[in-house]
Write a protein that binds this ligand. Structure first.
Ligand SMILES: [Fe+2]
Length: 188
């Protein structure tokens, strides 16, 4: 079974029934990742789409251990023998270390390394340009939507405010590469 098929099956099993909106989002992020896949080798393209499909698997209620989905997801995927690089991408997706700091989970996320590559940027871009329903948006719209959804006093709002410059920078690096490659990534 290919890595993408295994990832889609795992995400579907954990999210489709328990959290259908999250499943719709995850499928949208997978489609976004597939748009950027042409920037990478075949092996890395597969890894990118697989990580996109699995990035939010840690939201599944039965996987909650720390209550912080990037870490819970990465630990679960490691236990399921997914590749270590994929687990690390999931642990660190969309600037998760910033939220880990606010949740006093720095030690838990530190077992994984943020690879800080174009592939990691593309995963962050795919997540940050996909709406909660799986539609497409841009990074600024997505950050605004998150702040509105959680409200001014929520830890997630504090996190997204702190992470904004890193999220925007990763999205801009990816979009520059997409433009240079002639790939249309505009929100549809
Ligand atoms: Fe996401």
């Amino acid at each position: 079974m290919s890595l993408i098929t295994a990832s889609r099956d795992t995400a579907c099993a954990r999210l489709a029934t328990a959290l259908p909106q999250r499943w719709a989002h995850v499928q949208g992020v997978g489609r976004r990742a597939a748009e950027a896949a042409r920037l990478f080798s075949l092996e890395e393209a597969e890894l990118l789409v697989a990580a996109a499909l699995l990035h939010d698997v840690g939201y599944a209620p039965d996987l909650a251990v720390t209550g912080f989905h990037p870490v819970d997801g990465a630990n679960y995927l490691r236990d399921q023998d997914f590749p270590a690089r994929l687990c690390a991408l999931v642990a660190h997706h969309s600037c998760a270390y910033r939220e880990a700091e606010l949740r006093n989970l720095t030690a838990e996320i530190a077992q994984w390394t943020d690879e800080q590559t174009m592939l990691r940027d593309a995963l962050w871009w795919a997540d940050m340009t996909t709406t909660p329903d799986g539609g497409t948006t841009n990074v600024h719209g997505r950050i605004e939507e998150i702040q509105e959804r959680y409200g001014p006093e929520d830890l997630v709002t504090f996190f997204i405010r702190q992470a904004k410059s890193e999220l925007v920078a990763a999205a801009e690096r990816t979009e520059k590469a997409l433009r240079l490659a002639g790939i249309d990534y505009t929100a549809k």
